[in-house]
Design a protein around this ligand. Structure first.
Ligand code: HEM
Length: 372
């Protein structure tokens, strides 16, 4: 079947196998009426349940004198493994709706991190996020478009991002895809089959100060532009030293197979580390980060040409899920931002953080229902 169950303990779109396409959007709430927000979230949930089954959100041909209820572009495309994942940004818990008391400590605003100089605030943050992933781009986009339509009068889209070519495998059944730098991406990612890792690093558990978040997770999104023209002039060995892996096989330097464990202690005959000290995989590895791991679920993007330079605007729309960004994304990115060989070839251009509540139980449930 090409359907991913929408209801369950956890939201789909986190530990479920990464699909080929992404449509992501952040929304800001414009209404001051808490009830309007509830109605919108309930309507979104009902629509998401329908679309996850490959169904329209309502008839296209309802009445000749009214606009079609469903916009229609995904009609006949099936579910294409669609997942719809919704989260709340820190600003959702300001006191507009009296929800400040429900703000989890782990949803602390991300601090300014090393290398944050190119972050564009107009495509960062947001009160709500919607991550739609599917194996068909129209099916993913259809969610964002119809959510924006259902939100009319209550919330507006603040920014959005399309992605193609998943850059992370999240299941051992998937082969590892390559990112736009030509390297396999997702080799040492947390995989759906690894339940202990999901419980230890991804799903919010008893440690939370907000019981409504149990079974949920925290999403960090970063639009990371790659300076591809410059990368493409770098010689192969240097590219491999940037990551600490071989380009074709994906094996760690000094290893043979993609899934060999990187040997961070190995030295070459000259006494130099085989995996350089500033290699991306060394700095990002759990061995360097107090054992911490994250679940990466990013996509490649291209948004045409940067009109000021004529260079390609392309890169990685990085998405990571974790139990507590203060212990996971923030320290890892602090280290990467300071020391990563990759920094010469990338710019972080957007940043966002969302609390992604647990899965919905059944029809009639919606994200954050217990808060109101
Ligand atoms: C590993 C690419 C940004 C965290 C990797 C690998 C590649 C890669 C090729 C090795 C294969 C693998 O294990 O998946 C990139 C690119 C980036 C980027 C091209 C930016 C454009 C980031 C950021 C973070 C991050 C921002 C987190 C703050 C990790 C982690 C690993 C990893 C945790 C696994 C390390 C290990 O356990 O060996 N990345 N990455 N990456 N990356 Fe990145």
């Amino acid at each position: 079947s090409d359907q991913v169950p929408f209801f369950g303990a956890h939201q789909a779109g986190i530990a479920t196998p990464a699909q080929d396409r992404l449509a992501f959007a952040a929304f800001d709430i414009t209404s001051t009426d808490a009830q309007a927000v509830q109605v919108m979230l309930g309507t979104w949930a009902a629509a998401a349940a329908q679309m996850s089954k490959g169904l329209l959100i309502g008839p296209v041909e309802n009445t000749p004198s009214a606009p079609p209820i469903d916009t229609g572009e995904a009609y006949g495309l099936g579910a294409a493994n669609l997942t719809v994942t919704v989260g709340f940004g820190p600003s959702f818990f300001d006191d507009r709706f009296g929800l400040a008391k429900f703000r989890p400590a782990a949803l602390a605003d991300l601090p300014t991190l090393p290398g944050d100089g190119s972050i564009d605030p107009t495509r960062s943050g947001g009160d709500l996020c919607v991550q739609a992933c599917a194996d068909d781009p129209t099916v993913a986009f259809h969610v964002i478009r119809n959510f924006a339509r259902l939100a009319r009068g209550t919330a507006v889209m603040k920014w959005s991002q399309l992605g193609f070519g998943r850059t992370s495998s999240t299941s051992t059944e998937q082969q590892t895809e390559r990112n736009l730098m030509g390297f396999k991406d997702g080799t040492r990612n947390i995989k759906a089959q690894s339940t202990p890792d999901l419980d230890d690093y991804v799903w919010v558990g008893e440690e939370t100060d907000q019981s409504w978040m149990k079974g949920g997770s925290y999403l960090v999104a970063r639009r990371i532009r790659m300076l591809v023209e410059s990368w493409d002039t770098d010689y192969l060995t240097d590219q491999e030293n940037v990551f600490g892996r071989y380009k074709t096989s994906g094996a760690p330097l000094g290893g043979k197979d993609e899934f060999d464990t990187p040997d961070l202690t190995a030295k070459d005959p000259q006494g130099q580390p085989v995996i350089p000290l500033n290699a991306h995989i060394r700095l990002a590895a759990p061995e360097t980060n107090n054992g911490q791991k994250i679940l990466r679920r990013g996509y490649s993007y291209t948004d045409g040409i940067d009109s000021t330079t004529g260079l390609l605007d392309a890169g990685l729309f990085f998405i990571a899920y974790q139990k507590d960004p203060r212990k996971q994304f923030v320290p890892i990115q602090t280290r990467l931002g300071q020391q990563d060989n990759l920094n010469e070839y990338i710019r972080h251009t957007s940043s966002a953080l969302f609390a992604v509540p647990p899965g919905l139980t059944a029809s009639g449930d919606w994200w954050g229902k217990s808060l109101f």
